[in-house]
Write a protein that binds this ligand. Sequence first.
Ligand SMILES: CC(=O)N[C@H]1[C@@H](OP(=O)(O)O)O[C@H](CO)[C@@H](O)[C@@H]1O
Ligand SMILES: [Mg+2]
Length: 551
Amino acid sequence: MPAQLPVEAISTLSELHPKPSHIRYQYGTAGFRTLGSVLDSVLFRVGIIAGLRSKKLDGKTIGVMVTASHNPEPDNGVKLVDPRGEMLEAAWEAHATNLANAATTEDFINALDTLVRVAKIDLSKPSRVVYARDTRPSGPSLVAAFEDGLKAIGAEGRNAGVTTTPILHYLVRAINTKGKKDEYGVDSEEGYFTKLSGAFQKLVAGKTALPPLIIDCANGVGAEAVQKMSGYLGDSIKLIPYNASTTTPGALNNACGADFVKTTQKLPPSLAGDIKPGQRACSLDGDADRLMYYYLDDQNQFHMLDGDKISSLVAGFIVDLVKIAGLDRTIRVGVVQTAYANGSSTKYLAERLPVRCVPTGVKHLHHAAEHFEVGVYFEANGHGTVLFSPETLQTLATHEPSTPAQSTALNHLRNLTLLINQTVGDAISDLLLVETVLAHKSYSGAEWDSLYVDLPNRLVKVVVADRHVFHTEDAERRLVSPKGLQAKIDALVKRYDGGRSFVRPSGTEDVVRVYAEAMIKSQADELAFRVAGLVYDETGGDPNTRPREFL
Ligand SMILES: CC(=O)N[C@H]1[C@@H](OP(=O)(O)O)O[C@H](CO)[C@@H](O)[C@@H]1O
Ligand SMILES: [Mg+2]
């Protein structure tokens, strides 16, 4: 008889983690994410789901990260990580949503039974799960609920403690490739720090010393990782953590962090006075998978260097190295962006290499990047990385250079494959990558910034009655419904010099987002507020509560 679900154990433990009756959960772009205080049942159930996912994949280790990233401190969330360190497969997002919403223990067990049957899960297989959390106060009790889930399904758990999202992804891949040909690294935090710092030190050896770098850690888990990384970097670069108060109530992501910088386009107030004209600095988000750079010019003016600027800097550098190494016929470097990428960045990049636009969400970018030999992907908000295909890794490992210049470039490329966290966007890996390129190019922040001039842009949220009536095509750049709305947007856009605007429903908030660009800032704002007004009026917005700035 095939192995059965341990119904007794699941049932007993499930009663300790009842689902609140009034809440509907959704496994979205960022996993399950909502107030930490209502996630207990979800975490318990995710423990069981992770165990089943591992069994389905023959006992490979699955990752689980408890975090709500850049959200306010009271929020929390949970994401599953597949064996190569990638986001959970889409079909299982639906399974997770379904299981999280089962009303009672009985419904939950029935839904589990169905999943086991439909997904043909062999319950006799082993199951292994590695998990971690960020610094949020709700973390420990949520992890305890999750561990009850592991216990219920009999999964073997490995607690990676308090660490960043990208380190958890690294661990998943390292564990699953241990002792294999494609071994990713030693499966410990130390392994991660040693691998990245070693590659960085080689890449910047002999270059002019890098100035110390102020890092705004958003008062989150990145602070601990930056401090640890510092210890491994020797004198190759000095990292100065700011906003590193991980235990101060309410401090997490508050007036600091990558999301604050991107959305307000301002310097975090806590850095004011400490960053000098000409100096650059950067901000991480609450789980250290996003990165924003910025600098003050000689007039003390703030300039932001976002994900598009990082992408352009890095892609250009890799293209040059590939060419110098004599590999430009074999290795095609491409870039993946979303519709939110600044139009100037797209123009700059498209003149140099293939560029693809995909729908919002890291999994779309990641998968599209896998189609290039080297795929560089970044969201404008600072989440991104570089992927080297297995064939490219092979080429880099075996290629015989014919000149000293080729040999040097080849070595740099090899070290880049070690420095870059290829499982997921990683703020710490990315900032070392940026510093590497700046060291090689002898660029200041201003010189990097001058690769292209950002088009002024504006992002506006519109609260609508039902965002599910919005459907898009062409990588979210055009609306197919509500019918007729796109034609009206087109008519508005035409009136603005260099105008571009698109509307899409958010996957993480109950709003519709409007993005607009134009040649001058006031026009970008005006276009955004006109389109926002149009969307509001056309989809039944109440005239009495119409936001005043909408035109
Ligand atoms: C405009 C914007 O920044 N959108 C963000 C946001 O998605 P929305 O679907 O727009 O809510 O959260 C996603 C998950 O973190 C991130 O991937 C994406 O870039
Ligand atoms: Mg994040």
